[in-house]
Design a protein around this ligand. Structure first.
Ligand SMILES: Nc1ncnc2c1ncn2[C@@H]1O[C@H](COP(=O)(O)OP(=O)(O)OP(=O)(O)O)[C@@H](O)[C@H]1O
Ligand SMILES: [Mg+2]
Length: 357
């Protein structure tokens, strides 16, 4: 039995609400670098996967408490992720001659672009160009690029309520894409696409100079595949899920093969969306001739066999499985376990990194 409680350190909980379960990582700030203190997760039963986890605030808060108790977390400071699908996020260009005009122009643009009434949204904006602090902007700086983000107030309120009930202090609520940039991209300025293959959704983001340029979300993920296996072979969802993972594990022992036919067909909607996003990005960057240079895969379903090879060949863009632990210090003996669950933890790790470094 230790005589002392854990010393008070500056550490943060990253809390990711995924359709397949809640994932929590606790990272400590060690001289500007992230060190893993602990982690935990809880899987959700198949039949509740399609209900939104934030609609049952009390149950969700209880689940968070349980995960934290089991993982023996020490911090109450938490950062949570907002799903890409419920956030409006876009890089826009507005015209302004000075800072006052800029604020008004951003507001007007938000009102025009965001599909919900602006009173029901929390709007956030980040100016991407270097503009003067005071006075008139020089002529060449009057087209200002702004990252515009909007989240529905009622969703944000629910998150605040959940964290209050769980006894945690919610420091920040941010789009998943930002968390993935921290854990998977770091300081790399080149245009990169991140594909997060989850259980119910697949999210795509094109990142440029560390900022999400474009986000899309498709209503399809690993669970779609589990359902198809279950229906076509007449086995339970639980058995189908196990079969899927066994195939992944087996194929990883003998890499280099092609994608199973079943998977090839199921992936079509995702492939179409990827191609559409790559074209859209190239189209918007036509004058500069910029295209996406690499693709990083993450999310639990990125463990499916031969995924990175498949995309590398199909799209002719180098595709890698992202390693969210690459920027984190952790005990070496945990490496095999951490590597295996890495793809599922990319969002939680990136969220916990927010105020480190
Ligand atoms: N070894 C594996 N091989 C194939 N699929 C796997 C493996 N391990 C987990 N998965 C799949 O990964 C999915 C869960 O991934 P993840 O935790 O990233 O999703 P989520 O964040 O809960 O979901 P979403 O992002 O859709 O809300 C499940 O569909 C699961 O079947
Ligand atoms: Mg997810």
């Amino acid at each position: 039995m230790p005589f002392f409680k854990k010393p008070i350190k500056k550490s943060y909980l990253g809390v990711d609400f995924g359709a397949s379960g809640i994932k929590i990582a606790e990272l400590m700030n060690e001289k500007g670098r992230a060190r893993l203190l602990t982690y935990g997760y809880s899987d959700r039963p198949f039949d509740s996967m399609s209900t939104n986890i934030i609609d049952t605030a009390k149950d969700t808060a209880d689940l968070i408490r349980k995960i934290c108790a089991k993982a023996n977390t020490s911090s109450i400071k938490a950062v949570a992720g907002l799903p890409v699908a419920s956030v409006f996020s876009s890089i826009v260009t507005v015209q302004a001659k000075n800072k006052n005009e800029l604020q008004a122009a951003i507001h007007a643009k938000a009102k025009k672009l965001i599909p919900l009434p602006i009173e029901e949204m929390i709007i956030d904006s980040k100016v991407l160009d270097k503009i003067p602090e005071k006075g008139e902007f020089p002529k060449d700086l009057r087209n200002v690029r702004v990252l515009l983000t909007g989240a529905p107030k009622n969703i944000v309120k629910k998150y605040i309520e959940i964290f209050k009930l769980a006894g945690l202090e919610l420091l920040s609520l941010e789009t998943e894409a930002f968390a993935l940039i921290r854990s998977l991209v770091g300081k790399d300025p080149s245009p990169i696409m991140i594909i997060d293959f989850g259980s119910m959704r697949t999210n795509l983001s094109v990142i440029e100079k560390g900022t999400p340029f474009l986000n899309r979300s498709i209503n399809m993920g690993g669970h779609t595949l589990t359902k198809t296996i279950s229906q076509s072979l007449g086995v339970s969802l639980k058995q189908a899920e196990q079969m899927k993972r066994d195939i992944s594990a087996l194929t990883r022992l003998a890499p280099g093969g092609s994608l199973p036919k079943l998977l090839d067909n199921l992936l079509q909607p995702i492939v179409n969306e990827i191609k559409y996003s790559l074209n859209m990005y190239a189209g918007q960057k036509e004058s500069e001739g910029t295209t996406v240079e690499k693709i990083i895969l993450t999310g639990g379903s990125s463990l499916l066999p031969n995924f990175s090879d498949y995309f590398t060949k199909l799209l002719n863009i180098n595709t890698y499985l992202g390693d969210p632990w690459a920027r984190v210090i952790y005990p070496l003996e945990l490496k095999p376990v951490l590597q295996e669950m890495g793809p599922r933890f990319s969002v939680a790790i990136g969220l916990a990194m927010r105020d480190i470094g």
